[in-house]
Design a binder for this molecule. Structure first.
Ligand SMILES: [Zn+2]
Length: 268
């Protein structure tokens, strides 16, 4: 029964996102699979957090969408998500849902809060940071960077990251009350786990972006880009480790955010 509700719930949400242009066709199929597993192998706690990340990010990406179009071409971070991006954001969480179904441990739940706080914080920071009039600065050197560049931080972006992480933490407390059989955990612990997890994860993302993330240079316009193709031409490797793609950076920073949330849960 859980799985049936999961399929229909996921179809409804992913279908609406596809019709609204937030997901490509492959992104919709990936989101249906993911939502089904989150609810089928999990419950409202797991599914609700995924949903909150997904809906809040889709709404934020619509803010001044035309202004972000050029950024999208260079950094492939906002707008219509394909299957790769859906798995980059929700894949680690799906693994934790499945691990918890096979071998239930409270640690999986805290790791999950930190992982989802990270992807939410990171997406919110990108969406809000790119709306700022002031350009971001490098997290390492403090030098001014082009808007949307990897490794850049800004005050609006950091505040958005904190808000996104905190929201996931508070929502996870609320969703636990709605999920029969889940142990009660104090609001303060989950709120702190979300806030700290989200900030640590977003910070890790910027740090990796400023140091070892693989970046290309466009042969036509000369800009440093994450994408392999820019201005219709293949972009050549410019810096970073070749295996450290945007997806790898997302995965590592999510693990860092999850570990931070787990630590907070253990300390408090
Ligand atoms: Zn170019």
């Amino acid at each position: 029964m859980q799985w049936v509700i999961g399929v229909f719930g996921a179809l409804f949400v992913a279908g609406a996102a596809y019709l609204k242009g937030s997901l490509s066709l492959s992104g919709m199929l990936a989101a249906v699979l993911m939502g089904t597993v989150y609810f089928g192998a999990g419950n409202a706690f797991w599914f609700g957090i995924l949903l909150l990340f997904f809906i809040s990010s889709s709404l934020l990406s619509r803010l001044r969408a035309e202004h972000k179009e050029e950024l999208e071409r260079s950094y492939a971070k906002t707008g219509r998500r394909d299957a790769g991006q859906v798995f980059a954001n929700g894949g680690l969480g799906m693994l934790l849902v499945l691990l918890n179904a096979v071998y239930p441990l409270p640690a999986w739940e805290l790791l999950f809060v930190g992982v989802m706080a990270t992807v939410t914080a990171d997406t919110w920071a990108t969406e809000c940071g790119t709306l700022s009039r002031k350009p971001p600065r490098s997290i390492l050197s403090g030098k001014i960077l082009p808007t949307g560049a990897s490794g850049g931080v800004s005050l609006p972006g950091t505040l958005a990251a904190a808000a996104g992480g905190l929201l996931i933490g508070i929502a996870s407390w609320l969703l636990r009350q709605l999920s029969p059989g889940m142990a009660v955990q104090p609001l303060i612990i989950l709120a702190a786990a979300g806030l700290v997890g989200g900030l640590v994860g977003a910070f890790a993302d910027s740090l990796l972006g400023a140091t070892v993330q693989q970046m290309n240079r466009c042969a036509v316009c000369g800009r440093e880009v994450e994408s392999a193709v820019h201005c219709g031409q293949p972009a050549a490797h410019a810096r970073g480790w070749r295996w450290m793609t945007n997806d790898a950076v997302n995965a590592i920073s999510s693990i860092a955010g999850g570990a931070a949330a787990l630590l907070i849960g253990g300390l408090m």
